[in-house]
Write a protein that binds this ligand. Structure first.
Ligand code: FAD
Length: 386
C-alpha cells in the first residue's frame, strides 16, 4: 500500500497501527500464492481467520464489557479497508461473522446469548452467517416467505434461503423469517439458528468468484428455535436488518476501497517490470493515465467511505451517504479491476496471477448488500425528487 504522509492524513496513530499490523499479519500468514491455492480448492481461509482472531481483530467492533475493543466506525473502516486490500474474500470472511451476524447478536441477543456467544466470536471459535435473501425475495426483502410459527413457546422455522455467504462453515445462522405475514415487512423477526439443528440442510453453490467464502442454499424444515434465540423483539426484524444493512454498506465500501488500492499496487509492480518496445510499459502515457484514473476513483471512494464512518461516529444516521459510498466504491472496484487487468495484458487473464481473481470478485460488489439499482433508488428517495 502507498506509504506517503498524505496517504495517512486523517488517521490517528492507532488507526495507522491497525493498517500496518493487519497488512503485515496477512502478508505473513496468507501470501498471494496461498490465496490462489485456497481459491482453487474452494477452501475457507481458516489459518488467516484464526490469526486475525488471535491478534484481537474480531473483537474490534464489540464493546469492552463484552471483551472487545470498543472501537469507532472509523477504526472499523480502516480495518476493513486493510482486509479488503489484502483480499476481498478475507474481508468477507471477517465481516460475515464479526459484523453482519455478530452485531445482530450484540444488539438483539438476550444477555445469556450474548454472554455465551460473543466471547467465542471474538476468539474465532464460532462462525456465523446471515440469511435474508430467498429465491423469490432478494432486493425486495419484504417478500420473504420463510415462516416462523410459535410452537409450544418456541418457534418452528420453514423456508429456503439462497446466496448465503459462509453458511457451509457457520456454527450459527441469523435467519430472517416472517412471524406475522399479514403485517408484510413489519412482520419479520430475526432468529439465531444453530446450523447443526435438525431440519437444516446447507448446499454450496458455484459462483463466478469468491471461492474461499462462497455462497449456499439453506433449506429449513420445521427447525425448532428456542424463544430465547429470537434476536430483538417479535416483529422487529425489518428495523434490525436495515440498521445492519447500513453498516454492511459502509464496510462493503471500505473493503472495495482497499481492493481498488491493491489492484493499483499489484498492476504497478507488474507495469514497472514488464517491458515492451524497449521500455517499461509504465512509461507509456496510455498506461500512466490508467493508473491516474484508478487512483482518482480510489481516492474518491475512500473519502466518501471515511465521511460515512465519521458521520456514524458522530451519531448520525447517514442513509443516503452510505448508499453513495457503497455504489461509488463497488462500481469503482469493478472499473479498477478491468483497467488493472488491461494493464497486465495476457498475464492479467491468467489464473497464475491474482488479477483475474480481483476482476471476478469485484463483480459481486454492486449486487451484495443491496444492488446498485436499489442504492440509486434509496439515494433518489432521500433526495425527495419524486
Ligand atoms: C456473492 C454473493 C453473496 C451474497 N451473500 C449474501 C448473504 O450472506 N446473505 C444474504 O442474505 N444475501 C446474500 N446475497 C444476496 C444479495 O444480497 C442479493 O443477491 C441482492 O440483494 C439482490 O437480490 P437478487 O439477487 O434476488 O436480485 P433481484 O432482486 O432479483 O434483482 C434483479 C435485478 O433487478 C434489479 N431490481 C430489483 N428491484 C428493483 C427496483 N425496485 N428498481 C430497480 N431495479 C431493481 C436489481 O438491482 C437487479 O439488477 C449474496 C449475493 C451474492 C451474489
Amino acid at each position: 500500500m502507498m506509504n506517503s504522509s498524505t496517504f495517512y492524513f486523517g488517521l490517528s496513530d492507532e488507526q495507522q497501527m491497525i493498517r500496518e499490523s493487519v497488512l503485515n499479519l496477512l502478508e505473513r500468514i496468507l501470501p498471494g500464492q496461498k490465496i490462489l491455492s485456497l481459491v482453487q480448492a474452494s477452501e475457507f481461509p481458516s489459518e488467516a481467520y484464526a490469526a486475525l482472531a488471535a491478534a484481537g481483530w474480531m473483537g474490534l467492533p464489540y464493546p469492552e464489557q463484552h471483551g472487545g475493543s470498543g472501537a469507532s466506525f472509523k477504526d472499523l473502516a480502516v480495518l476493513v479497508e486493510s482486509l479488503g486490500y489484502h483480499n476481498g474474500q478475507v474481508a468477507s470472511a471477517y465481516l460475515t461473522t464479526a459484523v453482519y451476524g455478530g452485531l445482530q447478536i450484540l444488539h438483539g441477543g438476550t444477555k445469556a446469548v450474548r454472554d455465551e456467544l460473543i466471547p467465542s466470536i471474538i476468539n474465532g471459535k464460532k462462525l456465523l452467517a446471515i440469511a435474508m435473501t430467498e429465491p423469490d425475495a432478494g432486493s425486495d426483502l419484504s417478500a420473504i416467505a420463510t415462516r416462523a410459527q410459535e410452537h409450544n413457546g418456541d418457534f418452528l422455522l420453514s423456508g429456503q434461503k439462497t446466496y448465503i455467504t459462509c453458511a457451509h462453515i457457520a456454527d450459527y445462522i441469523v435467519v430472517a423469517a416472517k412471524t406475522s405475514p399479514k403485517l408484510g415487512y413489519k412482520g419479520i423477526t430475526l432468529f439465531l439458528v444453530d446450523a447443526r439443528s435438525e431440519g437444516v440442510t446447507i448446499r454450496p453453490l458455484k459462483s463466478l468468484g469468491r471461492e474461499m467464502v462462497h455462497t449456499n442454499d439453506i433449506f429449513l424444515h420445521n427447525v425448532v428455535v428456542p424463544r430465547e434465540r429470537m434476536l430483538g423483539e417479535l416483529n422487529s426484524g425489518w428495523a434490525n436488518m436495515m440498521r445492519g444493512l447500513n453498516i454492511e454498506r459502509m464496510v462493503l465500501a471500505a473493503s472495495a476501497v482497499g481492493n481498488c488500492q491493491k489492484i493499483i499496487d499489484y498492476a504497478r509492480t507488474y507495469a514497472k517490470e514488464r517491458r515492451a518496445f524497449g521500455q517499461q510499459i509504465s512509461r507509456f502515457q496510455a498506461i500512466a493515465h490508467k493508473f491516474a484514473d484508478m487512483q482518482i476513483m480510489t481516492e474518491t471512494a475512500r473519502a466518501l467511505t471515511y465521511r460515512v464512518a465519521d458521520m456514524l461516529d458522530a451519531g448520525l444516521n447517514p442513509i443516503m451517504e452510505t448508499c453513495i459510498a457503497k455504489t461509488a466504491a463497488t462500481e469503482n472496484n469493478i472499473r479498477c479491476a478491468d483497467i488493472g487487468l488491461q494493464i497486465m495484458g495476457g498475464a492479467g487473464y491468467m489464473m497464475d496471477y491474482e488479477m483475474q481473481m480481483f476482476y471476478r470478485d469485484a463483480r459481486m460488489g454492486p449486487i451484495g448488500g443491496g444492488t446498485s439499482e436499489i442504492m440509486r433508488n434509496v439515494i433518489a428517495k432521500c433526495m425527495d425528487i419524486s
